[in-house]
Design a protein around this ligand. Structure first.
Ligand code: CIZ
Ligand code: SF4
Length: 304
């Protein structure tokens, strides 16, 4: 059996030999973030993916992320080391339910959070991430939008854009949605000096009590630039790694012990090593679906 050190060396060797690029989501375990070429949120990873000239793109994250990168780069080999690392929120809506939702509210544009399947993206008008959701919704004509699948993010956008009505699907992130308002009150008492930075996937009553609300990239940027020295982080615990690495003199606490996404933690260094070695766990998307979904993804990337 290989030691962790040998495994890391092998991953580095295979990466060079095969001209592979490793993209790691910032919810991945620290060891994986350390061996990755690019670490970031979904938007950063997809923007960087289209710029690389690697022959193999290995995405360490969850299924919808690898699938969207494959749609942007159909001629590259895109690997997802653990096939069953999925996003439960993405599974809360499918094409049939979306068609039904659209027929209840005809002629209203559908904005689809990237945490969704290729088929659902193909049935939507434009995608968004938590970094660009407000901008995307503002860019659309008319007073109403349908937002899928995250109700918490939809409610957040609705409050940010008073002139528009955001009608949300009732999906949620099983990780962020577990944070309770009482936990915010408790950390305020324990760490009165700290700023609370929360992700808009958290419940609205948690978001309302945060000092700053943003995507993981925005949270990392805010903490780095802030003059404050202590922060309570209301997003998945994986981001603590970059935060502590970038800011050795600042203190970071997690808002809630619930903030761990089990799907994001399924991938190990060994899975990455095996996927690279055998060039397996490749992601494919049916061409008809890809062409339709790509319109929604490219619409988003143009506005971002
Ligand atoms: O924007 C990201 O990085 C996303 C979509 C993260 C998540 O919560 O899955
Ligand atoms: Fe899905 Fe939530 Fe995990 Fe992101 S953190 S992959 S939204 S379950």
């Amino acid at each position: 059996d290989m030691t962790e050190k040998e495994m890391i060396q092998e991953i580095q060797r295979l990466k060079k030999k095969k001209n592979a690029v490793i993209l790691a989501h910032n919810y991945q375990i620290p060891e994986i973030q350390e061996i990755a070429d690019i670490v970031g949120d979904y938007l950063k990873l997809s923007q960087e993916a289209v710029k690389t000239n690697g022959d193999i793109i290995l995405l360490s994250g969850v299924h919808f992320m690898a699938e969207s990168i494959k749609m942007l780069l159909p001629n590259k080999k895109v690997l997802l080391p653990v096939y069953d690392a999925g996003c439960p929120m993405a599974e809360m809506i499918d094409v049939e339910k979306l068609k039904d939702f659209k027929s209840q509210y005809p002629n209203i544009p559908v904005v689809c959070y990237v945490n969704s399947s290729a088929e659902v993206k193909a049935e939507s008008d434009i995608c968004c991430t938590s970094s660009n959701a407000v901008k995307i919704v503002k860019s659309l004509p008319g007073e109403k939008v349908l937002f899928i699948p995250d109700k918490n993010l939809g409610d957040y956008i609705d409050k940010k854009i008073p002139e528009k009505q955001v009608i949300s699907w009732e999906g949620f992130c099983i990780t962020h949605h577990r944070v309770r308002e009482g936990e915010v009150d408790l950390v305020r008492l324990r760490h009165p000096e700290a700023l609370i930075l929360a992700h808009p996937e958290c419940p609205p009553e948690v978001v309302a009590k945060a000092d700053f609300v943003g995507s993981t990239s925005e949270i990392i940027k805010f903490a780095g630039e802030s003059n404050n020295n202590s922060f309570i982080i209301g997003t998945e615990m994986g981001v603590l790694h970059q935060l502590r690495k970038n800011n050795p003199n600042k203190k970071f606490h997690l808002l809630s012990p619930a903030l761990i996404c089990f799907n994001m933690k399924k991938t190990t260094l060994r899975d990455i090593y095996l996927a690279l070695l055998n060039e397996e766990k490749e992601i494919f998307v049916e061409e008809g679906i890809r062409r339709k979904a790509l319109k929604s993804l490219e619409g988003m990337l143009e506005i971002s």
